[in-house]
Design a protein. Structure first.
Length: 569
């Protein structure tokens, strides 16, 4: 049961967020690369979607070994994307439009081209010697991107730890000087007016003392028990939170915590001294694969529902959830948990499956128009390090078409193709050849087209976000799942006092049947939404004008049909 009073909710509880992966968002200066000039032009589009904040994946200088998640200067803007003056212009304009700005804070590691690392590798008498994790003899940990997590550095004659790519050395957070650097980075951006941080792999920043060996036979994650949710994590996060508290505005901190259990995430958010405002959950991303493709298996709706409900229940009282289906680390959701043959229906049903849960919805660029996975001809056309490593490491004996098929299903590059703005040349993303392959379906799937179509996925997202914000029941109400074993339909209810919303969502290519909860059978209800009916029936957002109907005991649903009913009892 929700224990907060309405007054205790903060801005981000009511908000929804739009994630920008800038390189592929919009090119404003005609060099084929997305940038802050493009973002500036598109701010009204983002505002009109009905979101309240933008989360920028890293926009700092970076050699791009991991596309921005390898930072070489925390206090600047990558020259490909603009400069600090242009950033300020975007931030000020966003604020004028009522959009807050959230920065990505990547502090588990830097780039190996960061000046701290360039100094640190020089030797043990260098002032930066303890900024990173150096050993004469490595332990047996594997890197999450494949191979050993240690690389030899000839100048210093030692190995350094890199939990991700070789070009991403892990910082030594146990060193107080490193933590002071982080605080100074936080202040740098807070002084410029940003509204919060999404903190990258934040649950990995404190490693167990002595760095003991991990389980030898586990593949990519064998040392995880020694660096996930480590011994000093709470303490370090608390130091960083104090910096955010120095400011007189309400700063949000969103933690990315790969594999952190809901119960642990809850402690970060609701403990005696909370250190985070919400944590990004990963469990529902395991309903088929995580981006390491060796886990790939067919999508199971039952396991996705189980993960959703577990997080909803665990966060039910003082906790809060992030709600998302897509980001730059995962393939596109229609190709993944929906169906390209039921493109529009499944795109809409997936939106309904998560936006109406209790939490803050995130929408990743292009998701709102139903962008789908790309199928590049050869592995050489892919750029993402994790994709290439997966290709080289797993199922290497399979025939090539099978191996490529796995890449189509799992690659992070599918969500990194340029945003499809129009059917013009280069999809309206740029006036010149873009830095990365465009999905050839941009002729059919693009913003301009969806602005014209009254029944588009884009219009549907706008409606869903507006409806969520208008309904206190959906914003704050309790969550309850029904029929958890139904393999085709996700059925959940949101309730506040005597007001109830029932969300019925088929994620099946076949017609589906679902039993309704007792309280709804043979009762007159209002229909707030149905993705098989014209949007004009609903988008006035006036509860008195919603169509009414009397519900039977069981509903028969079309493929990927989604409905929302409202009732008082
Ligand atoms: C999580 C980020 O979302 C991902 O893109 C990146 O590769 C890793 N952290 C390492 O920074």
């Amino acid at each position: 049961m929700t224990t907060r009073t309405e007054k205790q909710y903060r801005w981000f509880h009511r908000a929804s967020l739009y994630q920008i992966w800038i390189r592929s968002f919009a090119d404003g200066n005609g060099d084929g690369i997305g940038d802050l000039y493009g973002v500036y032009e598109k701010l009204p589009y983002i505002r009109d979607l009905g979101v309240d904040a933008i989360w920028f994946s890293p926009i700092y200088p970076s050699p791009n070994a991991d596309y921005g998640y390898d930072i070489s200067d925390y206090k600047n803007i990558h020259p490909d994307y603009g400069d600090l003056a242009q950033f300020q212009k975007v931030l000020n304009r966003a604020h004028e439009l009522g959009l807050r700005i959230i920065m990505d804070l990547v502090i588990n590691h830097t780039s190996d081209e960061h000046p701290w690392f360039l100094e640190s590798r020089k030797g043990e008498d260098n002032p930066y010697r303890d900024y990173y994790i150096w050993r004469r003899r490595p332990n047996n940990w594997n890197s999450i991107f494949g191979g050993s997590a240690w690389a030899y550095e000839g100048t210093r004659g030692q190995y350094y730890l890199h939990l991700f790519a070789k070009k991403q050395p892990d910082l030594n957070m146990d060193n107080p000087a490193v933590r002071e650097e982080i605080k100074s980075i936080l202040r740098f951006w807070l002084d410029r007016g940003v509204d919060g941080f999404r903190m990258d792999v934040i649950n990995f920043i404190s490693k167990r003392e002595g760095l003991p060996d991990g389980i030898p036979w586990l593949p990519a994650i064998n040392g995880m028990m020694h660096f996930k949710d480590g011994p000093h994590l709470q303490e370090y996060l608390s130091e960083f939170r104090s910096v955010c508290r120095e400011y007189d505005r309400d700063i949000v901190q969103i933690g990315e915590g790969p594999f952190t259990e809901a119960e642990v995430a809850r402690r970060y958010i609701t403990g005696r001294k909370p250190v985070m405002d919400m944590m990004i959950s990963f469990d529902h991303m395991l309903a088929d694969c995580f981006y390491t493709e060796y886990l790939h298996r067919p999508f199971s709706l039952v396991s996705m529902k189980k993960a959703f409900t577990h997080w909803q229940n665990t966060m039910a009282d003082k906790g809060w959830n992030t709600l998302y289906l897509e980001n730059h680390d995962h393939p596109r959701i229609i190709s993944r948990y929906g169906s390209e043959s039921w493109w529009k229906e499944s795109g809409k049903a997936l939106a309904v499956s998560y936006i109406f849960q209790r939490g803050t919805p995130f929408i990743y660029q292009g998701q709102e128009i139903g962008m789908t996975n790309i199928r590049l001809r050869s592995i050489r056309d892919y750029l993402d390090e994790a994709t290439i490593q997966n290709f080289e490491r797993f199922f290497t004996k399979d025939p090539m078409d099978k191996r490529m098929n796995r890449i189509y299903h799992s690659s992070r590059d599918s969500s990194r193709t340029p945003m499809q703005w129009s059917e013009e040349r280069y999809a309206g993303f740029s006036t010149v050849l873009p830095w990365f392959s465009l999905n050839p379906n941009y002729h059919a799937i693009n913003v301009e087209e969806e602005e014209r179509d009254p029944e588009s996925i884009l219009k549907f997202y706008r409606y869903c976000l507006a409806l969520r914000k208008k309904s206190r029941t959906i914003l704050y109400g309790d969550y309850r799942e029904y029929e958890p074993g139904n393999r085709q339909v996700y059925l959940y209810e949101r309730s506040l006092k005597d007001n109830h919303c029932l969300i019925v969502c088929s994620l099946s290519k076949e017609p589906a049947r679902v039993r309704l909860p007792e309280a709804y059978r043979n009762r007159k209800v209002r229909r707030m939404l149905n993705n098989y009916e014209p949007m004009s029936l609903f988008d006035h957002l006036d509860p008195e004008r919603y169509p009414t109907e009397k519900l039977p005991e069981k509903l028969l649903l079309h493929p990927y049909e989604a409905r929302i009913y409202q009732i008082r009892y």
